[in-house]
Ligand binder design. Structure first.
Ligand code: RP5
Length: 349
């Protein structure tokens, strides 16, 4: 491993996590009410908004990927202290535990074979047939035939519950609307003075945590299709609908997903399933129903991996799965919506 290479990789990581805004007009800046007592921090917000990415470097967001027990098991990761996460820090005694779930080793369609199997020669850092093995964070190292997590050590080698060696690509649809009173007027937060956004959240069956209704990109599938499919399956229970109901649902979904949208984040996710050799990356996209009319015509109903579904108010009180709070915070910033009661951070920056 060459230090220069990793330095370049990390630079690429910082660059590639830069946020991209598309087709949305003038969403930056702060409301007058929120800025009343906080003009300086608002100025900073507008300036930093133009250049900042997702929460700095990816090491900052590599915490849940070090927690034990490993999801769905009793496996304890080797402990990785903060100062030993980065691969550039030498650690001769690093002794990660090896674990790949039986469900993955059984060789389902969505999973790779084991690295040493004779018929398996993956093309890492490339599109490998229909399977995307390129990372959104730039080139990753491959050591002894195994890809290496670009965010650093996790205390566990193998794939855990993840199907692919290297990046496992996901997509997260963030559907939002304004919170309104019975007369249809937008509700303003009494302290921040900003309108309150709501997003569609699901309760994951695997861990019981609330989350964005995201999911894995199928081989050859376009991200835009994954976003729509996952929202349909988890938040509208599309898999259990009749053909006629499915057709109707598709039309409404098409309307929702063809409007203006914001790409909130692309890259590494701090998912508790990540390992030293397999990790989740996502593209989080915000579809906003400004009048609320489209979503009024779509009845929320939990399905597939979701046990519950509901509209959730957006604020800094949220506790969500993986890196989802950071994505939601970014949506609040971009839509100039309420986030915090603290006047310093009420104007997100
Ligand atoms: C998270 O896991 C991603 O942000 C996405 O929401 C999710 C994908 O995994 P599954 O929901 O398919 O398990 O890291």
């Amino acid at each position: 491993m060459a230090g220069g290479f990793l330095g370049k990789t990390l630079a690429a990581v910082s660059l590639s996590v830069a946020l991209a805004s598309v087709t949305v007009k003038s969403l930056g800046g702060c409301s007058v009410a929120a800025c009343r007592n906080s003009l300086l921090s608002c100025r900073f917000h507008v300036n930093s908004n133009m250049m900042s990415g997702f929460n700095g470097t990816i090491e900052n967001s590599h915490n849940k990927a070090r927690t034990s027990p490993y999801p769905g098991s009793k496996v304890q990761r080797s402990q990785v202290p903060n100062d030993k996460v980065g691969w550039l820090v030498e650690w001769h005694d690093y002794n990660p535990v090896e674990y790949t779930a039986v469900s993955v080793l059984a060789g389902p369609q969505w999973a790779d074979p084991q690295i040493n199997e004779s018929n398996f020669s993956p093309k890492f850092n490339e599109k490998d047939g229909q399977v995307e093995r390129k990372s959104q964070n730039g080139l990753y190292e491959v050591e002894n035939g195994r890809p290496r997590n670009p965010a650093g050590r996790t205390g566990l080698v193998g794939r855990g519950l993840l199907g692919r060696w290297g990046p496992n690509h996901a997509a997260d649809p963030i559907i939002t609307r304004w919170k309104r009173d019975r007369s249809g007027n937008k509700i303003t937060h009494p302290i921040s003075g900003k309108n309150i956004l709501q997003f569609v959240a699901i309760k994951r069956k695997d861990c019981g945590e609330w989350a964005i209704p995201g999911g894995m990109v199928d081989p050859g599938e376009k991200i835009s299709a994954t976003l729509k499919r996952e929202f349909g399956e988890e938040a509208l229970n599309s898999l259990q609908k009749s053909s006629a109901e499915k057709r109707e649902l598709q039309e409404k979904l098409h309307k929702l997903f063809s409007q203006e949208h914001l790409v909130i984040y692309k890259g590494y996710v701090d998912d508790p399933r990540n390992t030293d050799n397999a990790w989740i990356e996502t593209e989080a996209v915000n579809y906003h129903d400004e009048t609320g009319e489209i979503m009024d015509n779509l009845a929320l109903e939990a399905g597939d991996d979701a046990g519950k579904v509901k509209w959730m108010d957006i604020s800094d009180k949220l506790k969500l799965y993986a890196s989802h709070v950071q994505f939601i915070k970014r949506v609040a910033e971009k839509r100039d919506a309420h986030w915090s009661e603290d006047s310093e951070t009420g104007c997100p920056g």
